[in-house]
Design a protein around this ligand. Structure first.
Ligand code: ADP
Ligand code: MG
Length: 237
């Protein structure tokens, strides 16, 4: 079992941002949370990783209930749209940083940095600073940093939005390769249907804090369950 959300409800004051969300992400799979801006994708991720506390429902990683636990206590890697690298540190130091916080043995941590840099193909860049790298390279560093501690789950929030079109296509293929190579369970948040269609095992399409459809890319394209899904996915009429 990977990640399971059961009847998740998240509120901001009186506003219900996530309304009775139940989803299952099998171990080792990549699912996309897809939907228009404001539908609750980021809120769902932030709740899974313990940044927002749910008003109701439960979150499980495998058999373990993790509802409301702090992010540091969870085996999660997080990747955001804006990379969030430390500009004054080298790439090596950026990737080492979370391992130091987790009190990894120094030699083990340094070995892991090289290993993970190879996986994302930035091993030639370890002594540079983030400012010397392209956007795509910086996002690879962010992914390497997220994977360094060997998390079971990888959560990515619009990781390609800051890249130009060509890099977006290249980097999404790389994300898929890295996810399959490492076997990490991944939730990929995007508002771009083409991105979701191209890299997911399953797509969860959301609107106004609710699930519209959960399907493989082919199924959702061929058999959209309502007009909203059909128009969002661009299914043949
Ligand atoms: P998405 O990531 O799909 O674009 P979000 O999860 O960021 O959407 O937001 C879902 C809804 O919750 C939006 O209506 C947004 O305005 C609202 N929202 C998100 N975060 C907060 C917050 N911290 N306080 C109040 N409302 C919020
Ligand atoms: Mg968002």
């Amino acid at each position: 079992m990977g990640i399971r959300l059961e009847n998740l409800v998240v509120k901001f004051g009186d506003f219900t941002a996530i309304n009775d969300l139940t989803i299952q992400i099998p171990k080792g799979k990549l699912i996309s949370l897809l939907g228009p801006s404001g539908c609750g994708k980021s809120t769902t991720l932030f709740t899974i990783c313990g940044i927002h506390k749910p008003a109701g429902g439960k979150i499980y990683f495998g058999e373990r209930e993790v509802t409301g636990l702090e992010p540091e206590k969870l085996g999660i890697g997080l990747v955001f749209q804006n990379y969030a690298l430390y500009p004054h540190m080298t790439i090596r130091e950026n990737i080492l940083f979370p391992l130091k916080n987790l009190k990894w043995d120094k030699a083990e941590a340094e070995k892991r940095v090289v290993e993970v840099a190879k996986i994302v193909k930035i091993d030639g860049l370890l002594d540079r600073k983030p400012g010397q790298l392209s956007g795509g390279q910086q996002q690879r560093v962010a992914i390497a940093r997220a994977l360094a501690k060997k998390p079971e789950n990888l959560l990515l929030d619009e990781p390609l939005s800051n890249l130009d079109t060509k890099l977006r296509v290249e980097t999404r293929q790389e994300i898929r390769r890295i996810q399959q190579e490492t076997g990490v369970t991944a939730i990929f948040v995007t508002h771009d249907q083409e991105e979701a269609m191209s890299i997911s095992d399953q797509i969860i399409l959301m609107k106004d804090g609710k699930i519209q459809q959960v399907s493989t890319p082919t199924e959702i394209y061929m058999n959209p369950c309502n007009k909203f899904v059909a128009s969002f996915i661009g299914s043949p009429a």
